[in-house]
Design a protein around this ligand. Structure first.
Ligand code: HEM
Length: 464
């Protein structure tokens, strides 16, 4: 009897504890004026469900709470906002107290001058410098020729091979950006940089626990190696009279301009450029290859566009700005790929004060997840939203539609949009004019939280 009583007491105690735990966050974060929603368990909130179910987690909550609700994910109380108008308002109103809210691991490893870590006048300065570095005039005159040359050498001799296009597009994105930034540095520096950068990329997506063996720790080690290499390179460049004509030289020669950066800012700017263009460019390129394979009519039209460019040239002539500007269907394919695959699911903001949003009061320090994924599948904006239909983008007004958030909006609108476009267009140019391909294996592609093929995406190539 006594044993039964003890068991019953333990069960009751367990039940009470679980009730308290399940209500803990609700009580802790209870405030007047918040939208409805659920806060999950202490510390973890609803993170596990969010990461496991992804878009279905959000759909489930929308069905109960509407397009603006609260939750607790990735360690923070968070508002999830899906309404296009509200999202636009958030992105346009950084000054009212809605600054970027990326995870601490990300900011620690990418550096305190990383563009996502700064706001106000410091953001204006860093962003101004970035735009002067990668704006369209300089891409046209300087970087497009470099991208063309490096893309051609990178993509050569792949025929009769089976390749993992996910691996190759990642390497392509890194290689092309590295060459643009540090053009003439030797292969050994490239290899060391790549290996350190891989650690950085992993570290930014990890829990911020800085002990040996964790990805966060490795990310820091990667950052340290990159900074060490950059310090040495900058020292050598300053001591030398030879001009390398790459982005580092450009940054160093800006010393008298209004966008002069200190050394630490230069290092973080370089890491930012490498990091921001890495997964976005590689995943878009990989998915374009997949969608084009699945849609032969789109592939044919794309190939015709590129063969027409080649016909105007000798075999080894590079593509120039006019060629790039004539790639209207290619641009449409890239936009449609970014939309359908949802390369970026949303962006994060953080409130710097209590702020009224959509009729609610959001407390200071809360995250706001500006979730833009569903807008990509809005049947009014994109009829038959699940169909790969690049032709829809030939109507130019779609790109500048108020609710097109593929490259963000407002003060943080992607400054690398044109650079990314040029890189992917050049990749597609050489890929479709050199090769035919066949997807093998039917490998799975996950679309949340990032677009990734866990076992790779294998294609068999032959000469075109
Ligand atoms: C082609 C694929 C790309 C896509 C889909 C894309 C998408 C985006 C989006 C959605 C944002 C807004 C982030 C926010 O509001 O918090 C953004 C910002 C940014 N992107 Fe891109 N991006 C791409 C390529 C690039 C490239 C190649 C670069 C290289 C420099 C780049 C650099 C940046 C930077 C530095 C920001 C932050 C801007 C700021 O905070 O002011 N992006 N991008």
């Amino acid at each position: 009897m006594a044993v039964l009583e003890v068991v019953a007491c333990l069960l009751l105690l367990g039940y009470c504890i679980s009730i308290v735990l399940s209500k803990w966050n609700e009580i802790r974060y209870r405030r007047k004026g918040l939208p409805s929603g659920t806060m999950g368990w202490p510390v973890f909130g609803e993170t596990t469900e969010f990461l496991e179910l992804g878009p279905n987690f959000i759909k489930k909550h929308r069905a109960r709470h509407g397009t603006f609700f609260k939750s607790h994910i990735l360690g923070c109380p968070t508002i999830i906002s899906m309404d296009p108008e509200v999202n636009r308002y958030i992105l346009m109103n950084e000054k009212r107290g809605l600054i970027p809210g990326y995870p601490q691991s990300c900011l620690d490893i990418l550096g305190k001058y990383n563009i996502a870590a700064v706001h106000g006048s410091t953001h204006n300065h860093i962003r101004g410098s970035l735009l002067s570095l990668i704006g369209p005039p300089i891409i046209r005159d300087k970087y497009l020729p470099a991208i063309d040359k490096n893309m051609r050498s990178f993509i050569d001799n792949w025929d009769t091979k089976t390749i993992d296009i996910q691996d190759r597009t990642k390497e392509m994105a890194f290689f092309v950006a590295f060459k643009m930034i540090l053009g003439k540095e030797p292969r050994s520096i490239y290899e060391a940089f790549k290996s350190a950068f891989d650690k950085v990329a992993l570290g930014t997506l990890s829990l911020p626990i800085n002990i040996p063996g964790t990805n966060y720790h490795r990310g820091f080690q990667g950052r340290k190696s990159i900074i060490r290499m950059l310090k040495q390179i900058v020292k050598e460049r300053r001591a030398s009279s030879t001009v390398q004509n790459d982005m580092v030289d450009q940054l160093l020669s800006n010393e008298d301009s209004k966008y002069k950066l200190g050394d630490q800012e230069i290092f973080d700017q370089i890491i930012t450029i490498l990091y921001s263009g890495y997964e976005t460019v590689s995943a878009t390129s990989m998915m374009a290859i997949k969608y084009l394979y699945d849609n032969p009519r789109a592939l044919q039209q794309l190939r015709e566009e590129h063969l027409a460019i080649r016909e105007r040239k000798r075999a080894d002539d590079p593509i120039d700005w006019n060629d790039y500007k004539s790639m209207t269907f290619t641009r449409a394919v890239i936009f449609e790929t970014s939309r359908l695959a949802t390369i970026v699911n949303g962006v994060l903001r953080k409130t710097t004060q209590d702020i009224e949003l959509n009729g609610f009061i959001i407390p200071e320090g809360w995250r706001v997840y500006v979730y833009t994924r569903e807008i990509n599948y809005d049947p009014i904006l994109y009829p038959e939203p699940l169909t790969f239909d690049p032709w829809r983008w030939l109507d130019k007004s779609l790109e500048s539609h108020n609710h097109c958030f593929i490259f963000g909006a407002g003060t943080r609108l992607c400054p690398g949009k044109e650079l990314g476009m040029v890189t992917i267009s050049t990749f597609l140019h050489y890929f479709v004019t050199k090769y035919r391909w066949e997807l093998i294996g039917g490998e799975k592609i996950l679309k949340f939280p990032r677009v990734v093929a866990p076992k790779g995406l294998h294609v068999r190539l032959s000469k075109y």
